[in-house]
Design a binder for this molecule. Sequence first.
Ligand code: NAP
Ligand code: ZN
Length: 352
Amino acid sequence: MYNTKAYSAVSETSPLSSTTIERRDPTEHDVQIEILFCGICHSDLHSVRNEWSEFLPTTYPIVPGHEIVGRVTQVGSAVTKYKPGDLAAVGCLVDSDGTCPNCKAGLENFCPNQILTFNAPDKHLGGVTYGGYSDSVVVDERFVLRVPTNLALAGTAPLLCAGITTYSPMRHWGVTEGKKVGVVGLGGLGHMGVKFARAFGAHVVVFTTSPDKTEDALRLGADEVVVSRNTDEMQKHAGSFDFILDTVAAKHDINAYLNLLRLDGNLTLVGVSPNPLDVAAFSLIAARRNLSGSNIGGIPETQEMLDFCGEHNITADVEVIPIQKVNEAYERLVKSDVKYRFVIDMASLKSE
Ligand code: NAP
Ligand code: ZN
């Protein structure tokens, strides 16, 4: 075991602050990574504030962070894919049973025994896993991703959650050229959704509650932007979408979007509102519409997404902050004031 610096919250009403945590010494299958950048996902905020207490209660202290990029510092004797000095990344998962049908299909994200990067039982040290708001992390090689070397590192970190969470359902539901695709909410996930939908050749429409994001949405790759509070603008798109990705982090009227789907269209929820959403049966039956959900992505698909980003030069638009500004960043996230992902420069932790 060794000590490493981190930022943690000790209760649902506490700010994040500097602390020291223990990490395991790398076992034979482990990779030790010095963390260079870690993205701030809205899920970090939901967990720190225990907003999902009914479904995924938070154990304190919590060290959040699951958009991790860094440099390998040490590897176990059985590790074959990484060596010290390599760039490496870790997303939302650090373990799974490896034997269930979902794991065998490369869908560790749907393994009933998956271990999340933070706030999940730590079978090595006891207690819970600690995430990426930290100097270093030790992860089984199977859950370490290779980073394309042509991409800027800070903008690569958000691919590990915001990237794969939007890439995976679009691939699954066949977002391609000729399809009309909506992205609801232009935050961390939403802006990656726009970039991927564009790269897949779809006609992309952004739905936003923030009129001042219109120009950015077009620059990011949208063909059209709809301010969702304007019902006339919404009505113009009734019954016309093949696919809509809903990334909204709070309770909202999902029927307004279901009604925009064409016959057999699909709306996939990736945003995780702490409060249940109301679905009117008529919104679905009227056009044999589908409502589904999606949870991050499996490890093979996460590597495929990173490689795709390397080939197409896709990274997140980021605002890099020192870790001392993390609580301020959370307040801005609540106000949808993010363009379009906060990423912590972990060098700032060294001065704590
Ligand atoms: P984010 O950066 O805060 O973006 C969310 C966006 O939703 C906001 O920028 C805003 O966009 C819109 N929004 C926020 N509150 C709203 C409201 N009350 N009504 C309508 N629109 C609202 O958050 P994120 O990091 O992208 O995460 C989004 C959600 O996805 C979170 O709930 C997070 O926990 C969840 N998530 C799920 C997965 C998964 O695997 N399923 C993975 C990662 C994250 P506009 O200003 O454009 O309206
Ligand atoms: Zn996330």
